[in-house]
Ligand binder design. Structure first.
Ligand SMILES: C[S@@+](CC[C@H](N)C(=O)[O-])C[C@H]1O[C@@H](n2cnc3c(N)ncnc32)[C@H](O)[C@@H]1O
Length: 262
C-alpha cells in the first residue's frame, strides 16, 4: 500500500498547526449521542481528542504505519478504541454507528466516482437508524487551483521540537478535466541556526469535488437527505470565521448526510 505521507512522524510535523477542525469534530461526535466511527483516522489527530472527551469512538485506516503510531499514542495515554485496518471503499464491520466521520479531506483520496460511491455506500450501510455521515472536504477554488499549479510555492514554516524549523513547499499538477490534483511536497529541515540539515519529498493525489457533484454522489449512494456548511476558510484564521456560513469556494466544508429521514 502506498504511504501517502512518508511516515506518521512527518505527517504529524507537517500538520502540527492544523487544529481548527478539532473542536467542531469533537462537538459533532458528542452531539451524535451514540457510537462514532472515524474513517481514515490516521495517527489520531481527531480521534484522540474525541476519546479524551469521553466519546465511544472507533477508528479505521488503510495504512498500518499510521494505525501503529495511533496504537502507541493510545497506550501511552491510557485510552481505548477499536482500530480497524481496512480500506474505506470495502470495509465491513459488525457495529452500527450514530455518526461516521471522514475528516480532513481524506474522502478526496478516492480518485474515481466508483471509489467515491463505494466509500459512501459502505458508510451508509454502517449507520444505525437515523445515523449521520459527516465528510469534511475543501471546496475547490478557481484562484487556488491556478495559484499552486505548475510552480513550487512556499506554504508555511513550523517550529520543530528540537528548536529547528520545518519549511513546507508544495507543487500541484492539476488535471482540471478529471479533477485530480497531484501534490508534490518538499520538506526542508533547518537547525536552530537556520542551516538545512535534511530534505524529504512526497507525492499524493486528491480528487476535488464540486458541490453539485457531491450532491449527486450522495444521491447515487442511497443518501436521502443532506446539508452542507462552511466550517472555516482554508488558509485563514478560523476564529474570525462566522459559524454555519453557507459554502463558498476555497472553504473547508462539512457535509452531513442521512440514509433515511433524520
Ligand atoms: C489526511 S490524513 C487524515 C488523518 C486524520 N484523520 C487527521 O485528521 O489527521 C488521510 C488518512 O486517510 C488514510 N487513507 C487514505 N486512503 C485510504 C483508504 N482507501 N481507506 C482507508 N484509509 C485511507 C491515510 O492512510 C491517512 O491516514
Amino acid at each position: 500500500m502506498t504511504s501517502y505521507y512518508l511516515s506518521p512522524d512527518l505527517y504529524e510535523l507537517v500538520y502540527a498547526d492544523m487544529v481548527a477542525d478539532i473542536a467542531p469534530h469533537v462537538a459533532a461526535a458528542k452531539a451524535a449521542g451514540g457510537p462514532v466511527l472515524e474513517v481514515c483516522c490516521g495517527t489520531g489527530r481527531l480521534l484522540i481528542p474525541t476519546l479524551e472527551a469521553g466519546i465511544d469512538c472507533d477508528g479505521l485506516d488503510v495504512e498500518p504505519t499510521m494505525l501503529g503510531a495511533l496504537r502507541a499514542k493510545l497506550a501511552a495515554r491510557g485510552l481505548h478504541a477499536a482500530l480497524h485496518s481496512a480500506d474505506m471503499r470495502s470495509f465491513k464491520l459488525e457495529r452500527r454507528y450514530a455518526l461516521i466521520a471522514i475528516g480532513f479531506n481524506s474522502f478526496l483520496h478516492n480518485l474515481s466516482q466508483d471509489d467515491q460511491i463505494a466509500t459512501l455506500r459502505r458508510c451508509r450501510e454502517h449507520l444505525a437508524p437515523g445515523g449521520c455521515l459527516q465528510l469534511m472536504v475543501f471546496h475547490p477554488s478557481a484562484e487556488k487551483l491556478l495559484e499552486w499549479s505548475g510552480a513550487e510555492s512556499f506554504v508555511k514554516e513550523l517550529p520543530l521540537p528540537d528548536g529547528g524549523r520545518l519549511r513546507v513547499y508544495d507543487l500541484a499538477h492539476d488535471d482540471r478535466v478529471e479533477q485530480i490534483r497531484r501534490m508534490t511536497r518538499r520538506l526542508e529541515f533547518l537547525d536552530a541556526a537556520g542551516a538545512k540539515t535534511r530534505e524529504e519529498s512526497l507525492t499524493f493525489d486528491l480528487r476535488y469535488i464540486f458541490k453539485p457533484e457531491m450532491e449527486l454522489l450522495l444521491r447515487v449512494a442511497g443518501f436521502r437527505q443532506w446539508k452542507v456548511e462552511s466550517l472555516f476558510a482554508a488558509y485563514q484564521d478560523a476564529s474570525a470565521y462566522p459559524a454555519g456560513q453557507g459554502p463558498r469556494e476555497g472553504d473547508h466544508l462539512r457535509w452531513s448526510a442521512w440514509g433515511a429521514s433524520a
